[in-house]
Design a protein around this ligand. Structure first.
Ligand code: HEM
Length: 143
């Protein structure tokens, strides 16, 4: 079960990163060129929202089966154990909250330009956190 979950959680990162890059490019273009906020913009942002929430659920289950999550004082003094027990989920949760808030605020905004700007800035902040978190894990960002 652990290996299957780890592979799924690991693989889903690419789906999330695909939607993230697509949302960032599309919203930057929309913001810079004053383009209307269309169905594709909404669909890509929804894809990012869904894949990040799936990642949250998988990560949460993985947390309870991973041998790298340990709560003893001695284990916590090890860098890798501390990372998987505390740092990883805290940073990823902050990123997922940013992704969620970016989308949740869209409905209230009536100006398309501001919708693109919101998606771009909030999701860029989320991507920076995700990249820093994965790099800190010592595992490859891609591969
Ligand atoms: C944006 C969301 C997330 C991304 C992109 C992400 C990414 C990753 C990556 C790349 C790995 C390493 C997989 C491997 O080495 O094959 C991993 C492992 C792990 N993640 Fe996440 N993660 C996310 C959210 C979460 C959350 C919210 C939790 C906990 C609630 C979590 C818990 C874990 C655990 C426990 C491991 C396994 C460590 C191990 O046993 O080696 N992840 N994650």
């Amino acid at each position: 079960m652990y290996t299957g979950l780890l592979h799924t959680h690991s693989g889903l990162r690419y789906v999330l990163l695909f939607f993230m890059v697509a949302v960032l490019l599309k919203s930057l273009l929309g913001w810079a060129k004053n383009m209307p906020f269309g169905k594709l913009d909404n669909g890509l942002s929804l894809g990012l929202f869904i894949s990040s929430h799936l990642q949250l659920v998988l990560g949460f289950i993985l947390y309870f089966v991973s041998p790298n999550v340990q709560f003893t004082g001695a284990a916590m003094s090890e860098k890798a154990i501390r990372y998987w027990t505390i740092e990883h989920w805290v940073m990823m949760l902050v990123a997922i909250v940013l992704i969620t808030l970016a989308r949740a605020g869209l409905r209230k905004i009536k100006i398309d330009d501001l919708k693109h700007r919101r998606l771009f800035l909030w999701n860029l902040a989320a991507l920076v956190i995700i990249v820093v978190a994965i790099l800190q894990s010592g595992r490859p960002l891609i591969g």
